[in-house]
Design a protein around this ligand. Structure first.
Ligand code: NAP
Length: 435
């Protein structure tokens, strides 16, 4: 009997798992990929920056997997809502959690509840047209923005806020976000690291991009840059850090620049309070120094005037009802992806929010191998039982063929070279299907 596997989440981790299961040897496998959203691909659609279209092309490979006879896509089906995890575990031989880390961590400082503070998970979701985040409606009526954190998401946020409309013509920035960002009077974005330039998490291609913007100069204080990266890093890390440091030195040597906008890299500064009334008016920071690699406050404070604060300090998973959850590590406790009998986890819910898209492939390969080794052949009904249950509950399932129609409508509505004009609500997507 074929092995029936449900994968919950259609982002990279889910699709890499499906791909690896299909490549494995042994019993015939049937894979159902279930997503709470109508549109597939998780962070490829809602996380990767709208101007990084090359990165999004991995979805072409995921589509080939989705179109395999063995695979079925169940979009607009919320596990924990329309069907429970326990029910899935009864129906399927194996259930793989690939639900990612869609929420923000709090900074835990006074004032972070003011209007004008939006965590990067929410803010990036908003400008990428995630249906859940359309109501965020951020107030961008400010000249200065503080982006907290020096990872790639912080760089994405800063870049998307300062690029010109011309620089975004090949992007799939949705209409609502394009209108709001392009009307905003933003001239200065502060990208703030609590540690130093060597400890920054961004990668070099992303950093260098900040030096090639049409109307925005990178600003770096040379006094914050060490001459060398120091000792103790492995070869790969040392190469990356050395390249970053070289790029930052190059930015510093350019001086203040003449362009209309600036992205300021501020290191050794930890936010301590968001200032203002109901709305953000500034950020108070404490200067730091490094002690054994950790940021330690110096007792020296300063302020940045800004009307928008975007903490980009890492994403957070939440518990899936019916699965164990480690509240401290914010992951599903697992042994190389094995969670419990017939239950597995991959991607950010398995290991935390780090790594690039391809970093999820090894998770999928490992879990696919575990599923085959643990289960051999299947014993449970799988797809037909899910279809019956969803029909009884009158769930409007969006199939992959449905998604292809929505996708085609988005592509047809775009003004080239933009690749697509995104629908940002379920209602608009279903309207395509209902004619
Ligand atoms: P990240 O790389 O972990 O960076 C998080 C940043 O937030 C770090 O600088 C961290 O500083 C800082 N931070 C954490 N807590 C803080 C606090 N309480 N106060 C101040 N600063 C704090 O996370 P990310 O940028 O969200 O990216 C997630 C993953 O997606 C990364 O692996 C990233 O490379 C990947 N990604 C890749 C791309 C790309 O390839 N273009 C684009 C986007 C995302 P410390 O180091 O001091 O903790």
């Amino acid at each position: 009997m074929s092995l029936n596997v449900a994968i919950v989440g259609s982002g990279p981790a889910g699709f890499y798992t499906a791909e690896a299961l299909l490549k494995g040897e042994g019993a015939e496998v049937r894979i159902d990929i279930i997503d709470r959203l109508a549109a597939p691909f998780g962070l490829i659609r809602a996380g990767v920056a709208p101007d990084h279209q090359t990165t999004k092309r991995v979805a072409e490979a995921f589509e080939r997997t989705a179109l395999r006879d063995e695979v079925r896509y169940f979009g607009n089906v919320e596990v924990g809502g329309k069907v429970s995890l326990d029910e899935l575990r009864e129906i399927y031989d194996a259930v793989v959690l690939a639900v990612g880390a869609p929420f923000d961590h709090a900074m835990n400082i006074p004032g972070e509840d003011k209007r004008g503070v939006y965590g990067s998970a929410a803010f990036v979701g908003w400008y990428n047209g995630h249906p859940d985040l359309m109501s965020l409606d951020p107030d961008l009526d400010t000249e200065a923005v503080a982006v907290i954190g020096v990872g790639n998401v912080a760089i994405d946020v800063a870049r998307v806020l300062v690029k010109t409309p011309q620089e975004m013509t090949s992007a799939d920035l949705p209409d609502h976000a394009a209108r709001a960002i392009q009307a905003a009077p933003i001239t200065d974005v502060y990208v703030i690291g609590r540690r130093g330039p060597v400890e920054a998490k961004f990668t070099n291609v992303e950093l260098r991009e900040m030096g090639k913007l049409e109307t925005c100069d990178p600003v770096v204080d040379p006094a914050q840059l060490p001459d060398t990266i120091g000792d103790g890093l492995d070869d790969r890390d040392a190469r990356l850090k050395a390249r970053n440091l070289e790029t930052l030195h190059e930015f510093a040597e350019r001086g203040p620049g003449q362009k209309a906008k600036r992205v300021h890299f501020v290191f050794y500064a930890s936010p301590v309070e968001v200032l203002g009334g109901d709305r953000v008016e500034g950020l108070r920071l404490e200067r730091t120094r490094l002690e054994d690699g950790r940021a330690v406050g110096t007792g020296d404070y300063f302020e940045i005037d800004c009307g928008l604060v975007v903490p980009s300090i890492g994403y957070r998973s939440v518990a899936v009802e019916g699965a164990p959850f480690d509240e401290r590590a914010c992951i599903v406790p697992n042994d190389d992806g094995r969670v419990a009998e017939g239950l597995y986890a991959v991607g950010w819910i398995k290991r935390g929010p780090s790594g690039v898209i391809a970093s999820n492939r090894p998770d999928g390969v490992a879990v696919a191998a575990h599923i085959r080794a643990d289960l051999g052949a299947g014993a449970k009904p799988g797809r037909e039982a899910l279809e019956k249950l969803l029909a009884e509950r009158q769930v409007r399932v969006v199939s992959y063929a449905d998604w292809q129609k929505i996708d085609a409508a988005e592509v047809a509505a775009a003004t080239p070279p933009a690749p697509r004009r995104k629908f940002v609500t379920l209602k608009d997507m279903l309207a395509v299907l209902d004619g």
